[in-house]
Design a protein around this ligand. Structure first.
Ligand code: ADP
Ligand code: MG
Length: 731
């Protein structure tokens, strides 16, 4: 019998590792941004008036007049058609976690039958995709059944090439007719504008010239590559993006021979191709390397404004999936595709920059700029301390649950690593700044700070890889974000909480100033208060250790291990107040989002439950039973030629063991089905998600345990699922 596994293995032997469809230029600068409606292209294709209007909208968020929109649309069309584009689409990021497009052609027929290519302001500014199947958490069911996409001028239009086809993509936000946001982008843009305003106000204590603060993001994308033909022989990989069963290979990652080793040829060819596609779209990819686990890799760009960086990461994930197919590879973005092997994350490096060119999280050279740095540094710590539950919720997903706290990724406890020197600086502020802060203290403090900061720049070595939120010299790194996540979720939360904290900070400082305190002293005193209030979240030790779990519990830090309850943070009183007061979500949107995330959780676990049931029943048990039959035939044969019991001791033992595992699996698949039926009757989404997590998921582990034992016992030629060693080590 020829199983898919063996035909895939046969196929693999014939793969040319260097295959590549693309032609490559030697100079990245020659292709970089060639498919983007960039500032330079705008100059060329837009009138002065239209150009200015678009620029003002990008920089200042000004509204674009209808007349101008027509002009911009016309410029966009000329540019796109010159590049061979036939269709356009509003491109958006619905809460399904992927990107959405619906292509319309420029082509129209006039009433007299004349064929024309048109694209006007209306088509640019707004569209109504038939979006009834996107998640909406009940918003659109109760009001209008329709949603619309609206142009986001702050992210430039771009052209996607697929084979010979080219499509103009207009980045948009996706909202219900009643105005509630239904995507990742709309709340993100609101959070970024809240941060801008709050941060500018605080910057003005130090520098009156600052008029705009932009949050910056540099993500690091981890992923696995497996041969597509082998992956296709695994229903679990095809349907869920991860393996639901699979015996650990003899060799895992213990030799650490893959990490930073030379990149395998097939992976290298894939990287060059997806990088080329990315460059054309203006995604500034900079680094590529192997990761810790076998067949695991990472890429990272130069950081950009958060809004653009989020779009670029979404685009990149699409590109990686598409280009992988050209290489007969499957790119796994799942957080935990293989049990027992490191999972994948997407570190979000984050900072804030002023329009005067200052990175607000880079320690300055003068006492004044140091105080500004310290202000933003401490406010970020305070924000994360006050809203740690929300930070946890912002990265919660069924797939990320497998990774967090699995001794390879940060735990589900949110803590902050600041490094040795800044820990000392914070201590110093706390102990040396007395409640009655006087001029002398101020002088000492400034000197001391100044003494520490230059050394800080050398401090990059003691990076703590086990912390979920770490300061790394001139930025914070949110490491708990999952590899398949849309960065917008984490970024909306982080920017929202920092905006809120900065706003409160300004109020407190202003009120001290009104009472007659000197500005610097008012700032120092408020910072001291914030340090005292939030120091329990600071942790420099090993985040993977059991002691930390205990210590964190003593400190009263939360450790919510699973998504259904982690999501509660979105709707508790404190966080609802935060989102509503900053204008990022209204109450209805928050509840809808909570609902959507719970539904998403249920759906994903439900699919896995079905797949593992099918896999056990149709694939694993038949393989085991086939082998049992061979053994039984063998035993009867031995008996028939007159041999006694001692000649088939081993065979009999194996049959017994297999039969035992077969029965346990079969029994648990049945129980799993019953548990699902019971959970499906629940109408409350939160309770349903909790049941799926606590009552259904545990069966996966039992079934898996016995299936993996069978994989070990059953004759290799009878085993039809590609094994871990084949998925992970064949190049
Ligand atoms: P590593 O952490 O691997 O040593 P870097 O510190 O150079 O590498 O940067 C890691 C990521 O952080 C990159 O994507 C980079 O663009 C990003 N990054 C660097 N500075 C900033 C910043 N000010 N704001 C946001 N991201 C940044
Ligand atoms: Mg890093």
């Amino acid at each position: 019998m020829q199983s898919l596994r063996f035909s895939a293995l046969g196929h693999l032997a014939g793969v040319d590792p260097t295959i590549s469809g693309a032609e490559h230029t030697n100079k990245i600068t020659e292709v970089f941004g060639s498919n983007v409606f960039s500032g330079k292209v705008m100059r060329e294709y837009l009138s002065d008036e239209a150009y200015k209007s678009l620029m003002n909208s990008i920089k200042g968020g000004n509204k674009i007049e209808r007349k101008m929109a027509d002009q911009i649309a016309s410029g966009l069309k000329s540019w796109a058609m010159k590049k061979g584009v036939t269709h356009y689409t509003h491109w958006f990021q619905p809460l399904t976690g992927t990107t959405a497009e619906k292509h319309d052609s420029f082509f129209t027929l006039k009433s007299d039958g004349t064929a024309l290519e048109t694209f006007d302001g209306d088509a640019l500014v707004q569209q109504e995709p038939d979006a009834s199947s996107f998640p909406n958490g009940g918003i659109r069911a109760t009001f209008e059944a329709r949603g619309y996409t609206a142009w986001d001028p702050s992210s430039p239009a771009f052209i996607i090439e697929q084979g010979a086809g080219k499509t103009l993509c207009i980045p948009t936000i996706f909202v219900a007719y009643t105005g509630e946001s239904l995507d990742y982008k709309a709340p993100l843009l609101k959070a970024l504008s809240a941060l801008d305003k709050a941060a500018v106000d605080v910057c003005n204590y130090f520098d009156k010239n600052v008029t705009k603060v932009t949050a910056t993001l540099g993500w690091e994308q981890e992923y696995f590559l497996v041969d597509e033909t082998l992956a296709n022989a695994r229903p679990d990989l095809v349907m869920t993006g991860r393996t639901l069963v699979g015996h650990a290979p003899a060799k895992g990652q213990q030799l650490e021979d893959h990490y930073f080793g030379s990149i395998p040829e097939r992976a290298y060819a894939f990287m060059r191709d997806f990088e080329e596609e990315s460059y054309k779209l203006g995604i500034p990819l900079r680094t590529r390397h192997n990761e810790v686990a076998p067949s695991q890799f990472e890429c990272a760009p130069i950081f950009e404004e958060v809004n653009i960086a989020v779009d670029h990461n979404s685009m990149l994930m699409d590109i990686m999936n598409k280009v992988a197919k050209r290489h007969r590879l499957k790119c796994l973005l799942h957080e935990k595709p293989f049990a027992g092997i490191n999972g994948s994350g997407k570190h979000n490096n984050w900072s804030m920059a002023t329009d005067t060119g200052v990175n607000l999280l880079a320690p300055g050279k003068t006492p004044k700029t140091n105080l500004m740095f310290l202000t933003f540094f401490v406010n970020t710590i305070k924000a994360v301390h006050d809203h740690a539950d929300l930070m946890r919720a912002s990265i919660a997903s069924p797939s990320n649950d497998f990774r967090l706290g699995a001794n390879e990724a940060p735990p589900a406890i949110i803590s902050i690593f600041t490094g040795k020197y800044l820990t000392e600086v914070l201590q110093e502020v706390k102990t040396r700044v007395s409640n009655k802060f006087d001029e002398q203290d101020e002088a000492i403090l400034k000197l001391d700070l100044h003494r520490h900061i230059p050394e800080l720049l050398l401090d990059n070595t003691d990076r703590n890889r086990t912390s979920p939120f770490a300061f790394t010299g001139n930025k914070f790194e949110f490491r708990a974000v999952g590899s398949s996540a849309n960065c917008a979720s984490a970024m909306t939360t982080l920017n929202a909480i920092v905006a809120k904290t900065l706003t409160n900070f300004k109020k407190e400082v202003d009120s001290l100033i009104e009472k007659g305190e000197k500005k610097e002293i008012a700032i120092m005193q408020t910072l001291r208060k914030y340090i005292v209030e939030s120091e329990k979240i600071l942790f420099e030790g090993d985040g993977y250790s059991e002691e930390w779990e205990k210590e964190a519990a003593r400190r009263g830090l939360e450790n919510i291990k699973t998504t259904p309850t982690a999501l509660d943070a979105f709707v508790n009183k404190k966080n609802a107040e935060l989102f509503i007061s900053t204008g990022i979500y209204n109450a209805k949107e928050l509840h809808a989002r909570h609902e959507i995330l719970l539904e998403d959780y249920v759906k994903k676990v439900q699919i896995e439950a079905r797949v593992i049931g099918d896999l056990a029943t149709n694939v694993i048990l038949p393989s085991a039973i086939r082998y049992m039959n061979q053994l039984i035939t063998n035993i009867s044969g031995l008996k028939s030629i007159g041999l006694g019991e001692e000649s088939y001791v081993a065979q009999k033992q194996i049959v017994g063991k297999i039969a035992e595992h077969v029965n346990v699996i079969s029994d648990n698949v049945q129980k799993l089905i019953e548990a699902r039926k019971a959970a499906n009757k629940l109408t409350d989404s939160r309770q349903k998600a909790i049941d799926y997590c606590d009552k259904i998921k545990p069966y996966f582990d039992v079934i898996r345990y016995h299936a993996d034992k069978l994989e070990f016992l059953v004759d290799d030629s009878n085993w039809t699922l590609p094994k871990y060693r084949e998925l992970l080590f064949l190049r």
